[in-house]
Ligand binder design. Structure first.
Ligand code: CA
Length: 239
């Protein structure tokens, strides 16, 4: 298997994180903390420049502020998703409205962090993402769900001969549901295991994320047969 991810904690190639944030104090605080963790960091305060940087230099993860001086984070996210379907995107926002969260997930963000946030917590979350990405490199097998075949390692699924990309968190959710196939998995457990957050405050975000995943997996997303809602609890996978 050809991979540049080594088994120890010091990969030969440093992972690159792109920060798109126009507030200098936040950008600097994040950048310092991530460089301390041995990441290579690119920063810009503008959305368009961020899109260009991702296209030209690439990144292993993007931290994206919602309110930017040129174009808003939702548009940046959508544009990045169309060219980079897999790269984890964490959206930052000063607002905590549920509608923003839902819009962000629809635009293709994987995670959502409300300001003010703890830099240490965000760095821990980023490290957890990379640990799981590393693990997924060793997962070669495919998973059949109905008429769909999911390839976790390739971050894609094949449905009726058509290849559809899956984001990092979509793969993680499929993996969790497959591990617990036939059993209900609670929203709280999904939040905890996939996003590393606890509490009920973001459980609507889980529902919206599932809606998006169903559109890729189910023949008819409005009457799902594979990712089934268990009322009052969460979801269950029926292969
Ligand atoms: Ca801003």
């Amino acid at each position: 298997m050809s991979t540049n991810l080594s088994a120890n904690h010091a990969p030969a190639t440093r992972r690159r994180i792109l920060i798109i944030e126009d507030e200098p104090d936040i950008a600097r605080g994040l950048s310092d903390a991530l460089e301390f963790e041995q990441f290579e960091v690119l920063t810009t305060g503008y959305g368009r420049e961020g899109i260009k940087m991702l296209q030209e230099r690439g990144a292993d993860l993007v931290i994206l502020d919602l309110m930017l001086p040129d174009i808003n984070g939702f548009s940046v996210c959508e544009e990045m998703r169309s060219s980079h379907p897999v790269v984890p995107i964490i959206m930052l926002t000063a607002r905590s409205q549920e509608t923003d969260k839902i819009r962000g997930l629809k635009a293709g963000a994987d995670d959502y962090v409300t300001k003010p946030f703890s830099v240490g917590e965000l760095v821990a979350r980023i490290n957890a993402i990379f640990r799981r990405l590393h693990r997924s490199v060793h997962l070669d097998e495919s998973v059949s769900i109905g008429s769909v075949v999911v390839y976790p390692r390739r971050h894609e699924l094949v449905r009726k001969g058509k290849t559809i990309p899956l984001s990092f968190y979509e793969v993680e959710l499929v993996r969790l549901l497959v591990e617990r196939i036939g059993e209900p998995v609670s929203r709280e457990e999904i939040l905890d295991k996939i996003w590393g957050v606890s509490g009920h405050s973001q459980s609507r975000a889980v529902d919206n994320f599932v809606v998006k995943l169903r559109k890729k997996i189910e023949d008819d997303a409005s009457s799902p047969r594979h990712i089934v809602t268990i009322y009052g609890i969460g979801y269950k996978l029926v292969a």
